[in-house]
Design a protein around this ligand. Structure first.
Ligand SMILES: C[S@@+](CC[C@H](N)C(=O)[O-])C[C@H]1O[C@@H](n2cnc3c(N)ncnc32)[C@H](O)[C@@H]1O
Ligand code: SF4
Length: 363
């Protein structure tokens, strides 16, 4: 395996909880931050082996909800990592937290990519999500970030909200594009059991309508100059998320913090999602050693999320096996589920939406 080059740190605090979110998060409480950082520090000291890292991603929850002093403490922790000159250092933010002092602090700490949760500007969608945002305010904050020096901004957009019409989605897309982010991540609403939406037994929209919305997103973003490089991610040329490509290329990475996952020395692990357990120092909740077969299967499950799929040569170099000898690639190329071109195999763009069904035929 290649040396680890990516680090994820989870900050499980948010100012308020959205109706649909099943991520590892709790409402921010200042009392928990110091003990949280103490455990996080120990966790990193015990596991990090001093590799030079090329991507660092602080996600959540909402890392941007921390106070200035807490953020300074967090950056003292991230200073432990040996960073490459061209590191991609992402901070996940909620648009409502972005004030000039925080943005300046991020920039001075070396953050060079902001991933901002906006989700929508439509009042009904926002009300359903239990979120707030406002186009004028978002524009002002993004301009402020640009002035400070940020040249790589991702915006998150959610869709397939009950009662959402094509017109509403078109409007959201238009506004997001107007903000000129380098990267856009799109999320179709998933109804999770233990969320307000799940508990209220809200039904997902019909699959056909979801698919139409997905097509609309792909079409509009392509027209606006974005490359559709992963099933739900779009980027201007050269701005594909290096960190997320670590996951999709099935490479190893460190995951630190409550609720984080990692892949280190062939072991995939999940940290506890319970803040109480984490603060007691009971960090890892499950571990699994990946066999060669597991790794090859994951290579397909993750790699086919990328629109340019998997290189047969790279697969061979990694596993000393021909992909077509292990998985039934050929019949799927024949029936046009998969496409083979220039040494790469990828999912037929017209069938990306049914990717899971194709994977089931393969694995
Ligand atoms: C950690 S959040 C982004 C940053 C920040 N916490 C915020 O929400 O503004 C990551 C993204 O996951 C998405 N997400 C969370 N739960 C989801 C769900 N049940 N269905 C679809 N997308 C979801 C949201 O779009 C959210 O922007
Ligand atoms: S979507 Fe973001 S802000 Fe909302 S609860 Fe989840 S992590 Fe927190």
């Amino acid at each position: 395996m290649e040396k680890i080059k990516a680090v994820y740190i989870h900050i499980p605090f948010c100012n308020s909880i959205c109706s649909y979110c099943d991520f590892c998060k709790v409402v921010y409480n200042n009392d928990w931050i110091k003990p949280y950082f103490e455990i996080l520090n120990k966790e990193i000291d015990n596991a990090y082996m001093g590799e030079e890292i090329t991507t660092l991603y602080i996600g959540g929850g909402t890392p941007s909800c921390l106070s200035i002093n807490e953020l300074k403490e967090l950056f003292k922790i991230t200073d432990k990592f040996k960073k490459s000159q061209d590191i991609e250092f992402t901070m996940e933010c909620n648009i409502n937290d972005l004030e000039e002092d925080k943005l300046k602090l991020f920039y001075e700490a070396g953050v060079n990519r902001l991933s901002i949760g906006i989700e929508s500007f439509n009042p009904e969608k926002l009300q359903f999500m239990r979120r707030t945002s406002n186009f004028k305010d978002a524009k002002k904050k993004i301009e402020m970030a640009r002035k400070i020096g940020f040249k790589n901004i991702n915006l998150d957009l959610m869709y397939a909200i009950p009662h959402e019409t094509t017109k509403i989605l078109k409007n959201d897309l238009k506004k997001i594009i107007k903000l000129k982010p380098e990267h856009i991540s799109t999320y179709s609403l998933m109804i999770e059991k233990n969320t307000l939406v799940g508990l209220n037994k809200i039904k997902p929209i019909e699959e056909e309508r979801d698919a139409k919305m997905y097509d609309l997103i792909c079409h509009k973003l392509k027209k606006a100059g974005y490359i559709h490089y992963e099933i739900s991610n779009f980027a201007k040329k050269g701005y594909e998320s290096k960190h997320n490509l670590t996951y999709w290329n099935n490479l190893e990475y460190y995951g630190f913090g409550c609720g984080a996952s990692g892949f280190v020395e062939a072991i995939r692990y999940d940290n506890t999602k319970s803040l109480t357990e984490y603060l007691k120092g009971n960090i890892v909740s499950s571990k699994a050693l990946m066999s060669k077969v597991d790794n090859m299967e994951n290579e397909l499950i993750l790699g086919f999320r990328k629109t340019d799929g998997i290189s047969l040569e790279e697969f061979f170099n990694k596993y000393e096996e021909n992909m077509q000898n292990i998985f039934p690639i050929k019949p799927l190329i024949k029936n046009k589920d998969l496409i083979y071109k220039n040494g790469r195999v990828y999912i037929n763009p017209k069938k990306l939406y049914v990717m899971n069904e194709i994977l089931l035929k393969l694995i």
